[in-house]
Write a protein that binds this ligand. Structure first.
Ligand code: 173
Length: 321
């Protein structure tokens, strides 16, 4: 692998940044895989603020920013190699390093239950082993995904349609006859505008952030899967912290997890805002909707288990779905 000057500069300044400024204070370099100030960066940004406030003199996060700093699909690797110390990133963006990450969208039990039954600990172990990372917290588990379209359909059939995907939606789009086209979120607008795609996968919230509402006509119901946006800490960085420094991060993580309670109202408000913006819901019969949800779940588990047989089976057993 050839390292670009930027990569080397980043790595060097990380080494410096992670070194204690004084015996007490450490600075972690942080990035988000979503654009600054947008829906899936917001709570991470609140987390950074809290750490910097509560951790004064103990630990600090230097928030570099969103995809302009590190491209979304490279954030997982940046954590693994400690180009960054801490990151806000969804599992779908690092399935190349960890195919099991594609299963997080299927872990939809309440987080308290996932903690009790060992799911979160197992997910942490997978991150330790495969991503050289500590799994600090999961956010947005109570937010579903949808397929948004510029063309009307009258049944769950994407034949002839090109749909923008990430690994989250790839298998179900393909199973319904569509052509999946993978892009980072930053390329969705242009792909839609140029007619390169006829629709895209995205959570129920966040489509206004980058102006997609202007070229979106329909939202397919029902919502499916469960969003995961994770805060990961490079494992060497994590291990180098003192108990007091870890406590600041862990306490802020528990707080950010509690912010998920806001999503219930936010999801509802977002649907209303979409309706006001002229985006129509496409709903199928209850039987067709049920069949779609079952199919979405089955194709996703099948795909995960094919790529990661042991961990995939274990995750499915923990998910109980
Ligand atoms: O569509 C996406 O880019 C994606 O996979 C995702 C995952 C979690 C939150 C938002 C988007």
């Amino acid at each position: 692998m050839r390292l670009s000057p930027t990569t080397i500069a980043l790595a060097l300044s990380t080494a410096l940044a992670a070194a204690p400024a004084s015996a007490q204070e450490v600075t972690l370099r942080g990035v988000s895989s979503f654009a600054e100030g947008t829906q899936f960066s917001k709570n991470f940004e609140r987390f950074v603020e809290k750490v910097n406030q509560d951790g004064k003199g103990v630990i600090k996060i230097n928030y570099i920013g969103g995809p302009r700093a590190v491209p979304p699909f490279e954030v997982g690797n940046a954590v693994r190699t400690r180009v960054v110390d801490i990151a806000n990133v969804t599992g779908a963006f690092y399935t190349n390093l960890m195919p099991e990450a594609d299963a997080f969208k299927l872990l939809d039990k309440p987080l308290a239950e996932q903690r009790r039954n060992g799911t979160l600990e197992y997910v942490n172990q997978l991150h330790n082993q495969k991503l050289n990372a500590h799994y600090l917290v999961r956010q947005f588990h109570n937010v579903p995904f949808h397929i948004y379209l510029t063309k009307k359909i009258d049944k769950p059939d994407f034949t002839g349609l090109k749909i923008r995907v990430t690994p989250v939606y790839r298998d179900i789009v393909q199973a319904l006859g569509g052509t999946p086209i993978t892009t980072a979120p930053g390329e969705v607008y242009t792909a839609l505008e140029r007619g390169v795609v006829d629709g895209y996968g995205w959570p129920v919230s966040g489509i206004f952030d980058l102006g997609w509402d202007k070229i979106t006509k329909y939202r397919m119901e029902p919502g499916f899967y469960s969003v995961d946006v994770n805060i990961l800490v490079n494992l060497d960085a994590w291990k180098s912290l003192t108990d007091a420094q870890r406590k600041v991060l862990t306490d802020a993580a528990a707080w950010v997890e509690s912010l998920d309670a806001e999503n219930v109202a936010a999801n509802k408000a977002e649907v209303e805002r979409q309706t006001k913006a002229g985006i129509q819901a496409i709903a199928f019969s209850p039987e067709a909707a049920k069949k779609f949800l079952e199919q979405a779940r089955e194709v996703a588990w099948k795909s995960v288990i094919a790529r990661a047989p042991e961990a995939g089976a274990k995750l499915r057993q923990l998910a109980g779905n």
